[in-house]
Design a protein. Structure first.
Length: 347
């Protein structure tokens, strides 16, 4: 089951006694938790019928006791959120496991129990226990990072829920400028929706106006210069970015993502029977850039790309720990990238 399924169920008032929500995409987990709260806990009574527990501070015994308490006033449901913040919380004592088994064998009708474990180890007892429960008792959802078409679908739903529409090229442009972080995308979409007012369609110029503070197009020109191995232009754009106020660490992060995308393509292409769409769906990058990146990835060996990524990590460490001028470090890397592009082996 995925995010889109559980969200649709909640919008249709289909609820389960408990939820086990885990995975990397914390923004979506928070969105689902807030949706459950909106459905079940009126704001004026939220302080009484919504309880949040942290396993760093609370024991399962206390949490189960709270879950068994009848909700305050006339509310039909009590929402209990349990947050699992570190690995030690993912262990269950024999006593805890017996307590949970007894609780789930006669689950109280007045309670919704939500277990949130962002970085969950599938080898540990907590994961094994909650995923062993029947789905009609505990609805389990893994929240993976959205990629390619899923990301476009998420933007569509967000815009549509606000009575607006957005075209394919505009969605791609938004991702191109903002990136694929959902929290940032959500913030910019909210600004866009407010910006266009009564108008229904989000246009390209709206995106440029609202998101202009995020990334100058010089960053994307930087990518183009790297793709074409244009050394002089890369240096020129890098100096322009510094003048625009970009911190060298931000530029390094951008470069690292660039080479990570190339390496991802390289690794995906090692698998048999992988077509263009399969590659595009597994990358965190604009769909229309995929073909260019595939062509560029073919010009490098896997070891070359790993070497470049490692070099960038070394540069990041030097920037944080030494007095060497950032400009010199990054310019040297750009020169090395350009000089070595024709060699078969970097090492």
């Amino acid at each position: 089951m995925n995010y889109f399924k559980v969200k649709k169920d909640l919008e249709n008032n289909i609820l389960y006694p408990s939820y086990f929500l885990y995975g990397e995409e914390t923004f979506l987990i928070e969105e689902i938790i807030n949706l459950i709260k909106e459905i079940l806990v009126p704001s004026e009574k939220g302080g009484f019928n919504f309880n949040k527990y942290d396993l760093n501070e609370n024991k399962w015994e206390d949490i189960i006791s709270s879950a068994q308490t009848v909700p305050f006033l006339f509310s039909k449901k009590r929402v209990i959120l349990v947050e699992v913040r570190n690995r030690k919380n993912e262990n269950l004592t024999k006593s805890d496991e017996n307590l949970l088994k007894n609780f789930f064998s006669s689950f109280p009708s007045h309670c919704i129990l939500i277990i949130r474990a962002d970085k969950c180890d599938k080898r540990r007892p907590l994961y094994k226990f909650f995923t062993s429960l029947p789905s009609n008792i505990c609805f389990q959802v893994e929240f993976k990072l959205l990629k390619a078409n899923q990301l476009l679908l998420w933007i569509d739903e967000k815009v549509k829920s606000n009575g607006k529409i957005i075209g394919f090229s505009e969605k791609q442009k938004l991702i191109d400028i903002v990136g694929n972080d959902l929290r940032n995308l959500n913030n910019e979409l909210e600004k866009l929706i407010a910006f266009i007012g009564d108008r229904r369609e989000i246009r390209s110029e709206d995106i440029e106006e609202v998101t202009g503070h995020i990334k100058s197009f010089a960053l994307w020109e930087f990518t183009e210069s790297l793709e074409k191995f244009d050394f002089e232009k890369s240096l020129s754009i890098f100096q322009k970015l510094l003048k625009e106020g970009y911190h060298p660490l931000v530029i390094l992060s951008f470069l690292t993502q660039f080479f990570h995308n190339l390496l991802s393509i390289k690794l995906i292409m090692k698998e048999q029977d992988v077509d263009f769409n399969s590659i595009a769906e597994n990358l965190s990058m604009p769909y229309f850039k995929t073909r260019d990146f595939i062509e560029l990835a073919n010009k490098f060996s896997e070891s070359e790309l790993k070497y470049l990524i490692n070099r960038l990590h070394q540069l990041e460490l030097k920037l944080k720990t030494s007095s060497v001028k950032p400009k010199i470090l990054v310019e040297n890397f750009i020169y090395e990238y350009w000089r070595r592009k024709g060699k078969k082996d970097f090492i």
